[in-house]
Design a protein around this ligand. Structure first.
Ligand SMILES: [Zn+2]
Length: 409
C-alpha cells in the first residue's frame, strides 16, 4: 500500500503537463495549457491542464482530475500503478508499506463510483435542465458556476443517478457500499441525496471519498453527509485540506471554519488556508493532521453557545498538539460566509488581526459573566480554565496561561 503522504509527494513533483502532453497536443493558454479533449474525442481546445493547481478539466464534457485520475481513466491503470508510473517518471522513489491484503486497494471501488457520481452531479449543476434548482440556489447565494466547478459542487436530482451509474457498470451493491443509495427498512432502495446542492469531499490526495448535500428549500436535515466507509473516515480528515495544504504551509497558519460555504467563500475572497472539520468536534487525529502543517490556528466558529463550546473543544485539541490557537469573533449576526462576502479579504484580515488567544477569550467571557466577582464563582471560573491549561503541550505557553489566569483571579 502507498501511504497518502507519498501519493501527495508524487503528485506535487509530477509534471502534469508533460505526462498528459505525451498523448494530448497541448498549447500554452495563459497560466494553463489547452488541447483537444481525449475523453470525448473533441476537436476544439476545450481540454485544459493547469500546472499550478495540478489538475486537468474539460469544459465540454466535464471530465476532470489530477495526473493519477488521467492515467486511470485514459489508460485503465489501477490506482497504485498510476502512482508508481508517475513516481518513476518524476524520479521519485516511493516508500510503500506492506499490508496483509494482497491486490488492489479496497478503497478503490469506492473512489471510482464516487468519482462517477461527482461527474454526474457536476454536469447537472453546470448545464442540465434538471439542475436549474441548484443553479438558482447558488445564484441567490452569489456563488458563480466557475467557483462551483473549482470546488466540485454539483446537484442531486430526486432520481437519475442510480440508472446513470448502472449504465457505467456500477451495480446497486457498489452504490450502497459508497452510501449513494440507502436501503430502507422495508427493503426498498432509494437515493441518499435528493434535491440537494452537493459538495464533493476529497481526501488529501484529491480522491472523491464522499459528499455533503445541502437541502434546497425546506427539509431536514439541512446538511446530509455520506456515511462513514473505509474510504471516508470523517474523524481522520479535514474538508478542504486538498486545496489548502500548500497555502497553509506558505502562510504558516490555518483558519478553521464550520461549514462548506464558509470555506468556499473565504477561498473566493483569496484566503485559501482554510479547512473545516467534518462534524461538530475536532478529533485528536484532526488535531494531529493540522499540527503537521502549521502551529498557528485561527478558529472562526459561530459565537452562539454551541459555537463557543465547539471552539473551546477544538482549541484544547489543537493545544494538545502544540498548535497556538486564536479565536476570531465576527460582528454580531455574521458568519464567515456572509462576512467574507461583504467585507472581502481585507475585512477578513482585519478580523484575524484582532483575534485573541483562546485563553484570553475564555477569561474575557468569564469576566463579562461576572465570574471573578466572588470567591465561590472564582473557584468555578478556574475550573473552566484548567482543562485548557492542562491540554497545552507547549511548556512556555502553559506558563503564560497560568500567569494570565493568576492575574485574572
Ligand atoms: Zn471532454
Amino acid at each position: 500500500m502507498i501511504p497518502d503522504e507519498e501519493v501527495e509527494r508524487v503528485r506535487e513533483a509530477a509534471d502534469i503537463v508533460g505526462i498528459i502532453g505525451e498523448t494530448v497536443t497541448l498549447k500554452r493558454a495563459g497560466a494553463a495549457f489547452r488541447g483537444p479533449c481525449p475523453f470525448h474525442q473533441g476537436k476544439n481546445p476545450n481540454f485544459s491542464v493547469d500546472p499550478r493547481r495540478r489538475i486537468y478539466h474539460c469544459f465540454k464534457c466535464g471530465e476532470s482530475g489530477d495526473v493519477f485520475t488521467f492515467l486511470r481513466k485514459r489508460f485503465g491503470m489501477d490506482w497504485p500503478t498510476a502512482v508508481r508510473h508517475v513516481a518513476e517518471r518524476s524520479g521519485i522513489t516511493i516508500r510503500e508499506v506492506s499490508s496483509r491484503r494482497d491486490g488492489p486497494d479496497p478503497r478503490e471501488r469506492l473512489w471510482e463510483v464516487n468519482a462517477a457520481a461527482e461527474a454526474y452531479f457536476r454536469r447537472l449543476l453546470q448545464e442540465d435542465p434538471g439542475g436549474s434548482a441548484g443553479r438558482e440556489y447558488l445564484a441567490a447565494r452569489q456563488v458563480g458556476l466557475d467557483v462551483a466547478e473549482r470546488f466540485g459542487l454539483g446537484y442531486a436530482q430526486r432520481d437519475g443517478l442510480r440508472d446513470h451509474l448502472a449504465t457505467l457498470g456500477f451495480d446497486d451493491e457498489r452504490q450502497l457500499e459508497a452510501g449513494l443509495l440507502v436501503r430502507r427498512e422495508d427493503g426498498a432502495i432509494r437515493p441518499r441525496f435528493r434535491g440537494r446542492l452537493m459538495f464533493t469531499i476529497y481526501d488529501v490526495a484529491s480522491r472523491v471519498v464522499g459528499f455533503g448535500g445541502r437541502v434546497i428549500g425546506e427539509g431536514e436535515p439541512k446538511y446530509l453527509n455520506s456515511p462513514e466507509t473505509i474510504a471516508f473516515v470523517k474523524g481522520r480528515m479535514l474538508y478542504g485540506l486538498n486545496w489548502a495544504r500548500n497555502a497553509i504551509r506558505r502562510a504558516d497558519r490555518v483558519l478553521l471554519v464550520e461549514g462548506y460555504f464558509d470555506l468556499v467563500r473565504l477561498a473566493m475572497a483569496g484566503v485559501e488556508e482554510v479547512v473545516a472539520p467534518l462534524g461538530t468536534a475536532l478529533t485528536p487525529d484532526q488535531g494531529a493532521l493540522i499540527a503537521r502543517h502549521t502551529k498557528h490556528a485561527f478558529l472562526i466558529y459561530d459565537s452562539d453557545k454551541a459555537g463557543l463550546k465547539a471552539t473551546f473543544r477544538a482549541a484544547d485539541e489543537l493545544l494538545r498538539h502544540g498548535v497556538a490557537v486564536r479565536v476570531v469573533t465576527l460582528p454580531p449576526g455574521e458568519d464567515p460566509d456572509t462576512f467574507a462576502r461583504s467585507a472581502g479579504r481585507e475585512g477578513v484580515e482585519r478580523q484575524l488581526a484582532q483575534a485573541v488567544d483562546v485563553i484570553e477569550r475564555k477569561v474575557q467571557l468569564l469576566e463579562r459573566g461576572g465570574w471573578f466577582a466572588d470567591l465561590h464563582r472564582r473557584r468555578q471560573a478556574v475550573d473552566h480554565l484548567l482543562p485548557t491549561i492542562r491540554a497545552t503541550a507547549d511548556a512556555v505557553t502553559r506558563d503564560l496561561y497560568l500567569a494570565r489566569v493568576a492575574e485574572a483571579t
